[in-house]
Design a protein around this ligand. Structure first.
Ligand code: PLP
Length: 395
């Protein structure tokens, strides 16, 4: 299905050409296979946000504060680390025993049966499996807000799918009323991210439940709850309640954020058993999950004290950031998550590169002709480094 040169290789060659770099024929033919990342230097790296951080990092000075990917610098919990170590001796075996136990544990906590749960190596695998299932097996286009997390949509379009966008409101909220009016049986899926990335805003829970009930009758709804654990009251805000009511809704959760498992790779999907069965055709059905990560996730899942600690630390660092921005006269969106999105007056690319030169990694967006910075919440030391670099860069 993928007919053209992939986007990243194209962007790389485009970035090189626009820097005026002379490309040797051998570099051109190498394409993405041997990934000639080394040709980039910080000054030549015109469009770093289009590259993954790992690629960009190769030629940037080492980051002292990596605030690009909304990771949780306070974890994993001690209990999770212990479980990880304990599981090493049995890791010569596939982890089916752990997976079965873990699924049972999630099902019990969420109040559903185990056939409502699908595990993934991070939620990315589940977003991708759902995207492919709806793209290949059903007809229509995905309906999504015009500023959101792009992973599921990107997978769909790479496989020949289409996406219809609904503008955010002026306050950068997801416009559920407009989405409701637009949703029709010509959509094969509605994608919503709650809280939304990159804005950090949540949707009103009761409005979202009613949206799921009515729109779910026309088209399935995928709710990405990667950051729901940071919300003050996660349970009533989670749309797992809709799955329990039998609505046509699936909810993706990840351990990469509050549980601090970004490198351990654990996520899960909660949906009706028939939906889980369909989506699992396009995923690994848990086959990509390591026994060690699964054992650690089970320990983390039950470590309520760690959640509290992790959330408190996030709030302290976030408040420090808010104060910095207040003092400097910057507007920002109050975030329910572990990242903050705010408008900047400098060109986004330039800002991002200058911050990287100060060894602070951030992301930028350009939306409705306005440049924005998205900064992840790190440790207090990270936020102090951010403040120092930010003051220097925007001075
Ligand atoms: N969904 C959202 C909204 C995200 O921001 C991310 C990662 O940043 C993911 C899903 C994927 O995370 P993971 O694959 O680590 O679970």
């Amino acid at each position: 299905m993928i007919k053209k040169i992939d986007r990243r290789s194209w962007l790389k060659s485009g970035a090189l050409l626009t820097t005026g770099l002379a490309l040797s024929p051998s570099m051109l033919s190498a394409k993405s296979k041997t990934a000639p990342n080394k040709v980039f230097s910080p000054k030549q790296l015109l469009d770093p946000s289009e590259l993954t951080f790992a690629e960009a990092e190769i030629d940037l000075p080492p980051m002292k504060a990596r605030l690009t990917s909304n990771e949780n610098p306070f974890g994993p919990s001690e209990k999770a680390k212990e479980a990880l170590k304990d599981a090493i001796d049995t890791s010569f075996r596939y982890g089916s025993k752990y997976k079965r136990e873990f699924i049972k544990m999630i099902a019990e906590k969420e109040g559903v049966t185990p056939d409502h749960i699908l595990l993934g190596a991070g939620s990315s695998e589940l977003l991708s499996a759902a995207s492919m299932y709806y793209t290949y097996q059903t007809k229509g286009s995905i309906l999504a807000p015009d500023l959101t997390y792009e992973s599921l949509i990107r997978t769909a379009t790479a496989h020949g799918g289409k996406c219809e966008r609904v503008p955010l409101t002026d306050d950068l909220d997801i416009d559920l009323d407009a989405m409701r009016s637009k949703a029709s049986s010509s959509n094969n899926l509605v994608y919503l991210c709650n809280p939304n990335n990159p804005t950090g805003k949540t949707m009103n829970a009761s409005k979202l439940v009613s949206f799921c009930e009515s729109v779910g009758k026309k088209t399935p709804i995928f709710i990405d709850e990667a950051y729901i654990d940071y919300v003050d009251n996660p349970e009533p805000n989670s749309m797992i309640q809709c799955v329990k009511k039998g609505y046509n809704v699936m909810v993706a959760r990840t351990f990469s954020k509050l549980h601090a498992f970004a490198g351990l790779r654990i996520g899960y999907l909660v949906a009706l058993p028939s939906t889980i069965a369909n989506i699992s055709i396009f995923g690994s059905r848990g086959g990509t999950i390591s026994a060690t990560s699964c054992a650690a996730a089970m320990a983390s899942y039950e470590d309520g004290e760690y959640f509290k600690y992790s959330r408190e630390m996030n709030t302290k660092s976030k408040d420090y950031l808010y104060k910095t921005l207040d003092k400097m006269g910057y507007d920002y969106i109050k975030s329910a998550t572990n990242f903050v999105f705010f408008p900047i007056s400098m060109d986004g690319k330039e800002f991002r590169t200058k911050m990287a030169m100060e060894q602070v990694g951030v992301k930028y967006w350009k939306f409705r002709d306005q440049n924005y910075c998205r900064v992840s919440i790190g440790t207090m030391d990270d936020m102090k480094l951010f403040t120092k670099a930010f003051k220097k860069v925007v001075a």
